[in-house]
Every structure is written in C-alpha cells, then in structure tokens.
Design a binder for this molecule. Structure first.
Ligand code: ADE
Length: 227
C-alpha cells in the first residue's frame, strides 16, 4: 500500500490518470491511495491568491510559501511522509528513483504553477524532481508520471507480477522485442526462434536482443551509474 497526497491547484488534471484501468483497480484493491489538496483553500489572502509579484521586480508571478506550508501541515503524519517538489531544477527522474519511491509508505507531491516558487518552499521538500530538461506550465504532468510509474511497481498492481522485472530499464537494459499475431504482417515475419518452442534458445535470443537494442538506442544506459 502506498499513499500519495498531491498538492495542486488542478486536482482534476492529476486525478484523470486514476480512471485508467490499472490504477483504478489498484485503488479499489487498496494497494494505492491518492488524495488531492488544493492549496488555494489555505490562502489567507482576500481573493485566495496563492502567488504574487517577485521581490526585486521582474516579470511573472511567484508562488507564495504560506499556503503550501499550511497545506502540508494539514496532512496527517506529514512529518513522516517523503516530500517531493516537482521542478525542472530537480534531479532527473529515472526508474531507479521510481523504485526508491515505491518503498515509501506515504509521499507528498508539491506541484507548482506560475513562473516560479518562493525559494523558501524548497526547504519543505526532501527531494526535488524533474521529469526532463524542458519546462512545463506546472508540476502536474510530472506528478502524474511519478504516481503512475511508482504505482506499477507496487506488488499486485500489475496483472502479471513478472512483467515489471523484464521491463525496459531493468538491469540498465531496454526490453527485448515482442511480437504477437499475426505471424506475417505485410512481409514482416516473427523471428523463427520465438516459434521454436525452445525456451533456452528464446531466453538467449531475448538477452542478446536486449543488449543489442540498448547499444543502438540508449548506449548511455550501459555506462555504470546511469539509471
Ligand atoms: N515543472 C515544470 N517543469 C517541470 C519538469 N520538467 N519536471 C518537473 N516539474 C516541472
């Protein structure tokens, strides 16, 4: 069981992934819990503003620290939860981080919006994560990526518990090629070894293909320490 509390101004956006069959079933089976906290409701400003112009001047608005602080502290056992700030300045998110997070019981995700955060918000988080070197309009898409990729690692969430260990990025490798019917699609045939029935040969072929594919597509994964 893993619990996510997601601080966002757009709960419906992040919530949309929970209607997907796999995560929906995980929630029904009590393997996953996801709550949304709209931190606007913690604003003490007259118009429930959560952002203001930057000290020192400049364009854009900056997310204020107090509503985020109050929202975090409204969560039960927030002191024991692992808190993550989604930001393009964060450490790059990988499957290795997903596995580390899958061992946690309670994760708080803080999604910013607007042009930036008040720097003091960073002190609330245990970790800052980025899903890639590009700038999104907010942390919601990153939070969705994290909830989805961590949840599928929780035992029982995937239909077939064997599928996670052979996935791409396991052992720093890309997954081997997969085929299903038809045998011949527009002249492109399924490799003979896969219909040979020889499972030793099939395993050998898959390992070799996995390595070949990784060398071709993602040689960076083969360098020690990556992923
Ligand atoms: N917020 C804006 N851009 C982001 C990114 N690339 N990763 C995580 N959070 C973000």
């Amino acid at each position: 069981m893993i619990k996510f509390d997601c601080l966002t101004l757009f709960p419906k956006m992040v919530g949309s992934i929970l209607s997907d069959s796999i995560l929906k079933r995980a929630i029904e089976n009590k393997l996953l819990e996801v709550n949304f906290i709209d931190f606007r409701s913690f604003s003490k400003m007259k118009h429930k503003n959560v952002d203001d112009s930057p000290y020192g001047g400049g364009a854009g608005m900056v997310l204020m620290a107090p509503p985020i602080y109050e929202a975090i502290h409204s969560i039960n056992d927030n002191d024991k939860a692992f808190k993550i700030l989604l930001t393009p300045q964060g450490e790059k998110y990988t499957e290795k981080t997903a596995k580390m997070l899958a061992s946690k019981e309670h994760i708080i995700l803080i999604c910013g919006h607007y042009e930036g955060f008040d720097e003091r918000i960073r002190s609330f988080a245990d970790m800052e994560l980025s899903i890639g070197d590009y700038v999104l309009t907010g942390g919601e898409i990153a939070a969705m990526a994290i909830i989805d990729s961590v949840s599928r690692l929780i035992p029982g969430v995937l239909h077939n518990d064997m599928s996670a260990p052979t996935d791409t990025f396991e052992n720093n490798l890309i997954e081997f090629p997969q085929y299903t019917k038809p045998y011949d699609f527009m002249g492109m045939k399924v490799p003979d070894v896969l219909i040979s029935g020889n499972h030793q040969e099939i395993d050998k072929w898959r390992q070799a293909e996995s390595l070949k594919k990784t060398k071709e597509k993602r040689p960076d994964l083969l360098k020690e320490g990556n992923n």
